[in-house]
Design a protein around this ligand. Structure first.
Ligand SMILES: O=C(O)CCC(=O)C(=O)O
Length: 260
């Protein structure tokens, strides 16, 4: 395990291919324990309102409020250096979600992130997304699949007919403690789980300061009391409005309001 990473290489890979793998950044034991904590939250009634998904794949929003270990991942110097390169020094961590997938899960639909509302998808990056492997990610257990170089397509949605089992979709595998980062425009998905043990990813989303975060309607704001507890380097990444509820933090949907 090495906490350092080749940042220049990671940046070059995202620029060229749309994604990069930073292997072995955090201790595997620590990640496996954190994964167990995440699974307890998925079974906790108090978290139900912030969970979407089914018995095969779930997203639990608001992890920055729910488990302080999230901060170690979100503020990891390598991740932050890569995000800042693409999004600016004032970029923000807007959401962190726990994403388990269980045996038997089908492929998640291929998608790009947070691009659906652009009139024209910009040439400049609007999001750097990431997933910490809190358990090993393998070809069989639902490792994220990415389509190399698709970040240059400027598509809001993957083209019809793109085969999730075809050679364009590459599984990104790694041991617990590794980090996958991608440009929001890279076509990707959680792949089918054909293995026997749960796969656990911690998804951390970085956005530039200009991005209107209302559009992701599961995203939860950082609670005021969470922000107070955070170390300074994490606070610097959470400069959005602090609130207990979405309605107190985000603009309403202007598209719905004008009936467009
Ligand atoms: O869970 C995964 O492997 C992929 C997550 C994903 O598609 C996303 O966060 O947009």
């Amino acid at each position: 395990m090495s906490e350092s990473a080749d940042i220049e290489q990671a940046i070059e890979e995202i620029d060229t291919y749309g994604y990069c793998l930073l292997p072995d950044l955090l201790p595997a034991d620590w990640c496996n324990e954190f994964a167990q904590g995440c699974l307890q939250l998925h079974a906790d009634d108090n978290c139900r309102a912030d969970i979407v998904g089914d018995e095969y794949y779930q997203t639990l929003f608001g992890m920055m409020n729910r488990d302080d270990r999230t901060w170690r991942c979100a503020s990891h110097p390598a991740a932050v250096a890569v995000a800042r390169h693409f999004l600016g020094d004032d970029c923000r961590v807007v959401e962190a979600c726990s994403k388990p997938t269980w045996p038997g899960a089908p492929h998640q639909p291929l998608h790009v992130d947070s691009a659906g509302h652009f009139r024209q998808v910009p040439d400049t990056p609007w999001m750097i997304n990431s997933i910490w492997m809190l358990s090993d990610f393998t070809v069989d257990n639902g490792a994220t699949g990415v389509v190399p170089m698709s970040h240059r397509s400027r598509l809001r949605h993957p083209p019809a007919g793109l085969d999730p089992d075809g050679p364009q979709v590459q599984p990104v595998i790694g041991v617990a403690g590794s980090l996958l980062m991608w440009h929001g425009g890279t076509i990707h998905m959680a792949r089918a789980h054909r293995g026997s043990a749960v796969r656990l990813g911690l998804n951390v989303a970085y956005y530039p300061i200009w991005f209107n975060n209302w559009i992701e309607n599961g995203h939860q704001p950082v609670w005021p009391e969470t922000y107070e507890r955070m170390p300074e380097q994490m606070q610097q990444l959470c400069t959005g409005k602090r609130a207990r509820h979405r309605d107190d933090a985000y603009e309403s949907d202007p598209v719905a309001e004008i009936g467009a």
